[in-house]
Design a protein. Structure first.
Lengths: 112, 115
């Protein structure tokens, strides 16, 4: 079945460090890929997305590139801030479908 | 513009008791979703509505869970009777109907603890 696997957390970094959160997927066809972020006490927010192979999604300094050959969508940021502390979810949506399939989430903590 | 509103934010009940969650989607969003998020896991879809119609309820445990969206706006998700394994965060989301790839906007969720 369709699924998303994320690197396990928690991940703890110092401010200004480089961030990578790995995400790989299994799906039929050509899904759209997403990263959502959940700040403490808030709902999930869309961070970025990519709808086809080689697309790069970017927002707030975060980037992820849709790699079909490796079925991956790794999240990166060059210099993290304390305010980036949150739980990050990778997700996919199959073509023509509405349902999102989420990974298990990765908790990120940034220390000053 | 107001986001997706859910209430209550927290609920603690004893097993075998009933419980209900309420969701008001973003104005104009005809598609509404209920997800369940177990501790340490990502959300999983329970049911999706297009207006009043439940178009995908394949993951809803129908023996104890029910949902309604009578006027195609707000929605209620009910569990009766609750079991210990129902402890989770219940998320509501909404999106524009008929828009391919429409973004889903999530509410803050209701955290249910069954004791």
């Amino acid at each position: 079945g369709d699924s998303v696997t994320q690197m396990e957390g928690p991940v703890t970094l110092s401010e200004e460090a480089f961030l990578t959160i790995n995400c790989t997927y299994t799906a039929t066809g050509y899904p759209s890929l997403f990263w959502y972020v959940q700040y403490p006490g808030e709902g999930l927010q869309l961070l970025l997305k990519a709808t086809k192979a080689d697309d790069k999604g970017s927002n707030k300094g975060f980037e992820a590139t849709y790699r079909k050959e490796t079925t991956s969508f790794h999240l990166e940021k060059g210099s993290v801030q304390v305010s980036d502390s949150a739980v990050y979810f990778c997700a996919l949506r199959l073509q023509g479908a509405q349902k999102l399939v989420f990974g298990q989430g990765t908790r990120l903590t940034i220390n000053p | 513009e107001a986001g997706v509103v859910q209430s209550p934010r927290y609920k603690i009940i004893e097993k075998k008791q009933p419980v209900a969650f309420w969701c008001n989607p973003i104005s104009g969003h005809n598609t509404l979703y209920w997800y369940r998020q177990n501790l340490g896991q990502g959300p999983e879809l329970l049911i999706r509505y297009e207006n009043e119609e439940a178009v995908d309820d394949s993951q809803l445990p129908k023996d104890r869970f029910s949902a309604e969206r009578l006027k195609g706006v707000d929605s209620t998700l009910k569990i009766q009777p609750a079991e210990l394994g129902d402890s989770a965060v219940y998320l509501c989301a909404s999106s524009l109907a008929g828009a391919a790839g429409a973004e889903q906007y999530f509410g803050p969720g209701t955290r249910l603890t069954v004791t």
